[in-house]
Design a protein around this ligand. Structure first.
Ligand code: M6R
Length: 364
């Protein structure tokens, strides 16, 4: 049931505050002081490396996971696309753990990667939405994301629910590895508890995204740029746009653009820069100036500070609330979802069932 929405994708975008509050509730103690998860039973201080394997949007959640787990828990992470991992047959350390991420829990390559890791003697975690799925049955430890059924082919609420559970996992592992104390864990839960409210604020800006979408809907190619945490979000922005609008799109680490992609820059190619304020903003802005100097049409999605710096230099500036760095991936996820959704509406494409795509890819 789509409720009052035109598409399942719209419903699922708007559901995110509720979904994320539910996931946070399910992963924390009733007094909200402690992260609780079945992954606690692993001796994380003895784990030398975590391998994360997934496909598509779940892989991009894995990219965020790599950044958080390395920064927050100081745990080395190897990240790989399932279809490459399974045939590359990498050696896996005896004291390693493999986590597969899958909304459906049925993706053929991800399942094969899980089976490979198990056969190599790894402990395995399955971060899944569908808890009755094959991956949920076969993983040693099942980590449910509590997103509820996701019908739209383009993954939205499952992505942010994966991020919520991954953030909590990172702080839980950090505690188990002695990297943080109990206060830091409680503070993290407090920060993550603000996400539903902040997402409601971004959701209320839907018309701003629709206006930007109208301006990119005639493009034949769109570039998404981001640094640090915004790099996987830029990749996800490009994936979402390709998937439902059929516009060619690429995501790049902003610092990489001068190593090739800047040759694509002209006045016809919109460039969406994800630029929240933070330690990397100055670096991002200098990358963007290089693009603007070559007549690039740069649209900044940032907070008021970023938009103020860029003000009249950029082609378009869309300010969303200033947020804690831990919250930024969630807020910018909604931004890129809206951009793809409204661009699809302008182009009249089939939002919920894009051509050539299936919700769950059970063939190799
Ligand atoms: O069910 P899974 O999470 O394993 O699916 C993985 C990908 O097929 C999926 O995320 C796909 O990329 C989405 N359609 C992206 O929106």
């Amino acid at each position: 049931d789509k409720g009052q929405h035109r598409h399942f994708m719209a419903k699922e975008i708007h559901e995110q505050p509720t979904v994320l509050a539910r996931a946070l509730g399910a992963w924390t103690s009733s007094d909200r002081n402690r992260i609780t998860s079945d992954a606690e039973h692993i001796d994380w201080s003895a784990v030398s490396r975590l391998s994360i394997v997934a496909c598509g949007t779940a892989y991009l959640a894995g990219h965020v996971a790599k950044i958080w787990l390395e920064q927050i828990a100081r745990l080395p992470v190897e990240l790989e696309i399932a279809s490459e991992f399974r045939y590359r047959e990498p050696p896996l350390p005896r004291d390693g753990v493999t986590m597969v991420i899958s909304q459906s829990g049925e993706t053929a390559d991800t399942l094969a990667a899980l089976r490979y890791a198990k056969a190599q003697g790894q402990q395995t975690l399955g971060l899944v939405n569908v808890t009755t799925s094959t991956i949920a049955r076969e993983a040693d430890v099942v980590l449910p994301i509590h997103a509820g059924p996701e019908i739209g082919v383009a993954s939205t609420k499952a992505f942010t629910a994966q991020l919520m559970c991954i953030a909590l996992l990172a702080f839980m592992i950090a505690r188990k590895r002695g990297v943080i104390g109990p206060d830091a864990e409680t503070t993290a839960i407090d920060v993550l508890s603000t996400i539903p409210r902040i997402l409601s604020e971004v959701l209320a800006q839907e018309n701003d995204f629709a206006a930007l979408a109208a301006q990119i809907s005639d493009a034949t190619s769109v570039l998404f740029l981001g640094r640090g945490m915004m790099y996987p979000l830029a990749l996800e922005g490009a994936l979402k746009l390709k998937e439902i609008t059929y516009i060619h799109a690429e995501g790049y680490a902003a610092g990489e653009i001068k190593h090739g992609p800047i040759a694509l820059v002209d006045e016809h190619t919109p460039i969406i820069a994800l630029a929240p304020s933070g330690p990397l903003l100055e670096k991002s802005l200098s990358n963007l100036r290089e693009v603007i100097a070559r007549n690039g049409r740069v649209a900044i999605i940032g907070d008021a500070a970023a938009c103020q710096v860029f003000g009249n230099e950029a082609w378009h500036c869309l300010a969303i609330p200033h947020v804690d760095p831990l919250v930024a991936p969630f807020a910018y996820a909604v931004a890129i979802q809206f951009l793809a959704y409204h661009t699809a509406l302008c182009r009249g494409t089939d939002v919920d069932q894009p051509r050539n795509l299936a919700k769950s890819v059970t063939v190799e």
